[in-house]
Ligand binder design. Structure first.
Ligand code: ZN
Length: 177
């Protein structure tokens, strides 16, 4: 399966990859096969998570349990909400905004689900150990960062629904409202 979803007409993998490798992404693919870029169906959400290897299966299980199997786009940035919004790695921020735009354009996404996680190495790296030094401080730091990103998303996409969560290392997710 390729990233444009089930309904994409069959392209040979080599042809699809060379079209993308030429640059221009969706617009090039669109001119290559008219209608493809906008006929890729509808995704329920765009999910943003950290890259942490310990939680890859938990994230999938969580989304499956919510009935969202194969119904969401997935952007992975170290730190999740922090990866999308920080001063240390501005290119990551850009990647996030570009992908929201693409998810809207290609899959009519109207909801963003952001799941940070506890014991996140990116938080220690970018904000320092003190920012997550105990459970209470860690929660407050994540909430502040999640709120900041939600606010930026809604500013750029006023009709976007934004859900926030914090995953523990056992895979349970606390909703942040
Ligand atoms: Zn992490």
């Amino acid at each position: 399966m390729n990233c444009l979803g089930h309904s994409t007409p069959r392209l040979s993998r080599r042809t699809a990859l060379s079209a993308i490798a030429l640059g221009g992404g969706a617009s090039l693919l669109s001119s290559f096969m008219p209608g493809v870029a906008r006929a890729s169906g509808h995704a329920e959400a765009l999910l943003l998570t950290c890259m942490d290897y310990r939680l890859v299966d938990d994230v999938t299980r969580y989304m499956d349990a919510r009935g969202l199997t194969n119904k969401y786009d997935h952007v992975i940035l170290a730190g999740a909400s922090l990866g999308a919004l920080n001063d240390k790695f501005p290119t990551w921020n850009e990647v996030f905004w570009t992908h929201i735009d693409l998810a809207v354009q290609l899959h009519e996404v109207h909801r963003v689900i952001i799941i940070d996680h506890k014991d996140c190495g990116a938080y220690k790296l970018v904000l320092g150990e003190a920012s997550v030094k105990d459970a209470d401080t860690e929660l407050k730091t994540h909430v502040k960062q999640l709120y900041a990103l939600r606010s930026q998303i809604v500013t750029r996409h006023p009709h976007m629904e934004v859900e926030l969560g914090l995953m523990a290392l056992d895979g349970t997710v606390t909703q942040i409202v």
